[in-house]
Design a protein around this ligand. Structure first.
Ligand code: ATP
Ligand code: PRP
Length: 236
């Protein structure tokens, strides 16, 4: 995998998205003795220094994190399973489920939409989602024919204005669905965020990466012990 010149052999670049991923990664970084010196909510900077001269954080869109890591512009990053499933895994190593940013990927419909009947009738369902791969797989397994409509946000609007019959979106508290008179009719999968590492960086910068990965692993085990409802036996 590529290692651009700006990402040099003596330093590590960590790709994070603003908001919940950044906020929930802070305690993991703390376990590794790393403190980010600027707040992405108030700073306009996209490259943030840390208290360790060898570690910098870059702030990117959540769905762009795997791209930066894949091309080696970042050595490692944190991304949701939802994002990773929609992205090619080439050149990416996914060693640790961090047990942060927990939510679920679900199917939701308007309160008055008879989902079971629509499925039984065998008619084509119009499905709007940002997660088209996951949605396609889910309905293919059920043998339901679907027309997929790709959206980039505000999925909850689609059934309300007749763009789609159902949506596949992330649900946590359920408040967003409730506020838009939608109901969750099927849970597809539990979602957490994972550490992703560029495969070339793992070989070339193992000495720098290893202690951070160990610290993340330790902190994530503690997190999982306190909230182990979504434990995934295949990952640590
Ligand atoms: P982008 O900016 O690329 O469109 P986004 O707006 O989905 O991405 P965030 O809202 O910060 O970015 O979500 C980042 C990750 O957090 C998601 O990929 C998902 O794994 C998780 N997530 C999303 N919504 C929730 C939620 N309501 N509760 C907990 N975790 C969530
Ligand atoms: C996510 C998701 C839902 C909402 C669900 O949006 O796309 O809209 O969270 O959470 P809830 O069940 O707790 O209401 P997010 O908050 O990330 O907003 P965004 O997609 O506009 O960034």
């Amino acid at each position: 995998m590529n290692q651009p010149e700006s990402n040099n052999a003596q330093e590590l670049v960590l790709a994070l998205s603003k908001g919940r991923i950044f906020d929930e990664t802070i305690p993991l970084l703390q376990e590794a003795g790393i403190q980010v010196l600027e707040d992405p909510e108030t700073s306009r900077k996209l490259i943030l220094p840390t208290n360790q001269p060898t570690v910098r954080v870059i702030i990117v869109r959540a769905s762009d994190v795997p791209t930066y890591v894949q091309y080696g512009a970042a050595d490692f990053g944190v991304a949701g399973k939802d994002v990773l499933q929609e992205h090619s895994s080439a050149g990416l190593y996914q060693p640790i489920d961090l047990h942060i940013a927990k939510c679920r990927l679900s199917v939701a419909v308007r309160e008055n939409f008879d989902y079971d009947a629509a499925i039984k009738q065998g008619s084509r369902l119009r499905v709007a989602s940002k997660y088209v791969q996951a949605a396609r797989e889910h309905f293919a397994k059920k043998g339901v024919h679907v027309d997929l409509i790709k959206l980039y946000g505000s999925m909850e609007l689609a059934p309300l204005v007749g763009l789609a019959d159902v949506i596949v979106d992330l649900v946590s508290t359920g408040n967003t669905l409730k506020a838009n008179n939608l109901v969750e009719v099927e849970k597809i999968q539990e979602i957490t965020s994972r550490l992703i590492v560029n495969q070339a960086s793992l070989k070339l910068k193992r000495q720098l990466l290893q202690p951070i990965m160990e610290a993340f692993k330790k902190a994530s085990i503690q997190l999982n012990d306190s909230t182990n409802e979504f434990a995934d036996p295949n990952l640590y």
